[in-house]
Design a protein around this ligand. Sequence first.
Ligand SMILES: C[S@@+](CC[C@H](N)C(=O)[O-])C[C@H]1O[C@@H](n2cnc3c(N)ncnc32)[C@H](O)[C@@H]1O
Length: 352
Amino acid sequence: MSINRNISQSKKDNKNILREIFQDSAEIDYSTFINFALYNKDYGFYSNKKRMLMADFITSPLTHKSFGIMVAKQIAQIWDYYKNPKHFSVIELGGSTGKLKDDIVSYIKKYNRKFYRSLIYLNIDATNNDSLLDIDFNSKYGCIISNEFFDALPFDRFQKRGGSLKEIFIKKNEKNDLVEVLRDSNKTNILEQKIIAKIPEESRIEITNNLKEICNKLSSFLDHCVMLTIDYGFEDLDHLLINNPNGLVRCFAGHNMDKDILSNIGNKDITCDVNFHFLDHYLESAGFKKIGFCLQEKFLQNMGIANYFNSTKNPIEKQQIVSLMNPDGLGGFKVYFHELCSKNFDPQGLNQ
Ligand SMILES: C[S@@+](CC[C@H](N)C(=O)[O-])C[C@H]1O[C@@H](n2cnc3c(N)ncnc32)[C@H](O)[C@@H]1O
């Protein structure tokens, strides 16, 4: 199969981009392509420091500080659960420029000085040149938090053809257009044959690259740890793999959405719904146990956002808080709790 796509970019950039992308191989998988398009130091979407914050999409920490405050209250409960250890590490995955960190730390500093003195905060982000899999860190107690980290990880793409799942690779044709080719692949081990059999012919699916290695790495950071994961996505394999023939890929540029990953390289965010079934599988294999999950709307309610809302007089801020709760938007995100080795923690965010 081959699909032609034009790349709308300056000719010079385009030539350089294609030369770099294909410098080691004439054919590359999607995760290599996406990794370049998002994180290449010269051309990557996330590496472009000139891009205005919030120009392409908005996330919960950027929407209003009450989000960070509610997460801070949840973290304080984890510190209490571990009986207020002298050293407590918060490891944030993909914290970007540190907005969530600032809101969490300011809240803890103001309202819980004892906790503040024990707090160690690590914001691990690819755009700060952090390489998650190479980080060597270990501490006894803490938590791992993330907002929209797993949806930003590069993924590979597959298509059902002739009864089996083939991997989609990308190459250049003689006109310098990018074309796709299907090849046999050994990257679909996580899928049982009975699931593959249910995927309709020609349907496309995505599988996050390196998820197993990432989950194993996360389990090495802390001896006792609760993990709080906030993101969009699904657990239901029928939804993720069977009922969406074009897959769940989306690209965002200037608040517009399209599904064409191969065009305008480096100028748009590329994302897909998190497969919470796979994430849970790899976290469990790495020693985490799932406590449960709820929607962000419910989590924020449980953490007391209504009090914050009522104490705020500013109508713009009130509107921003409402956006965090909107079930058709950020409020519909999933908030997952896992705990390393046991599942005794009873998060306030899940129950009220
Ligand atoms: C969608 S943004 C979310 C940013 C921030 N958490 C927020 O909610 O505003 C995803 C972030 O994850 C980071 N990221 C993606 N892959 C990463 C990796 N392997 N290691 C560390 N950070 C990564 C990106 O650089 C980016 O800042």
